[in-house]
Design a protein around this ligand. Sequence first.
Ligand code: SUG
Length: 433
Amino acid sequence: MTTVEVNFDGLIGPTHHYGGLSAGNLASVGHRHAISSPRKAALQGLAKMKRVADMGIPQAFLPPHPRPDLSFLSSHGFTGSPGEIITAAHKERPDLLSIAYSASAMWTANAATVSPSSDCADGRVHFTPANLQTMPHRALEAEHTTKTLRAIFHDSNHFVVHDPLPGVAETSDEGAANHTRFCREYHSPGVELFVYGRDGDDGADQRYPARQTRAACEEIASAHGLVPDRCVFARQHPWAIDAGVFHNDVISVGNQALHLVHEFAFADQERVLAELAERFGPGLQQIVVRDEELKLADAVQSYFFNSQLLQTGPQQMLLICPIECSENAAANRLVANLLRGDNPIFDCQFVDLRESMQNGGGPACLRLRVVLTKEERAALPSGVFLTEDRYHQLCNWVRRHYRDRLAVEDLADASLVDEVAVAMHELNQMLGF
Ligand code: SUG
């Protein structure tokens, strides 16, 4: 297997907290101002990465973004020393302070949309960093993500990192969380599924925001040089968005020739599935989960579809599910049925990512999938891969620098600024990219 999928997980940052910042994301709103444990969060994320790496699947990571974002606070009129800015923002606009401190870059499924070289006209891997313009705390990520991706995927013989689309409502983009690639094997040309919640005025009357537009999907497909008849565009079912499915990866997951999808994932589901099957050609297995098997509410509560579907061998896949699936009777039954059924999934492992899950981020949210040939992998800085040594180094670093407990009031503590700066400085020295 010279072409493989590499998962780039977000290393969870030291300011992970529950800001209640994402309307329409039920977990985020439900845990607003609960007490977080940044240390536990980061160690849970690292344990998940290690589990994947130990299976022989290449695992990489993207570092946390610098926080707090003081320039964001300055743009809202807070000036002075960092301490003065923090104190004033806490007093007058604690909501903005929480945004400036958000560790949301951990959910790298929203970092970018990625098309492998075998799908792109110029034979290079294309990345479009997501503008994440719907949520103010997430919009802060685009600039730094672009920089990081350009530092890692710097070799222009192999990689193109585009600018994010304009951060305006018309081209609202949330990255790979709304994008799935189907293929026979990773090196063969794929069919790319782009999912949006809004097209023009559609979706304007919804309870919760539809975060992706069709225009954004079309612009990305065109910038990546994809073959038009190997792309499928699908609108999220409005019922799903209003049940808390703020990204498509909360209701549908695919890998190679397998697609697990809830019956209410897409507005025009029959057409979408037929088009995917037709464009893929023979061999695409579509498993549609009926609402009576797993209600939308249970899909959102358990995050079943946010599992990682990992290729472990030819025709062999492993499901990494959030532990919440083992506690939800319907999700648990569904997993058992899949394991008994005629499909490539041979095992399921449950992982504890509760700290991230309580903000609406499951196993699949925490990773960006990048399909790479051997030559493309060789063009990356080796420091991005999670080796055994790197894992222990990072765990050690987390244990030394991260707080075990962080309440929103703690964001007012000016010493947190320095603590985080020291941690990030040490991390940058360690990684060297
Ligand atoms: O954008 N949560 C993230 C969760 C992202 C999940 N990603 C995928 N489905 N791929 C979001 O809503 C909550 C932050 C807070 O409330 O503090 C948050 O941003």
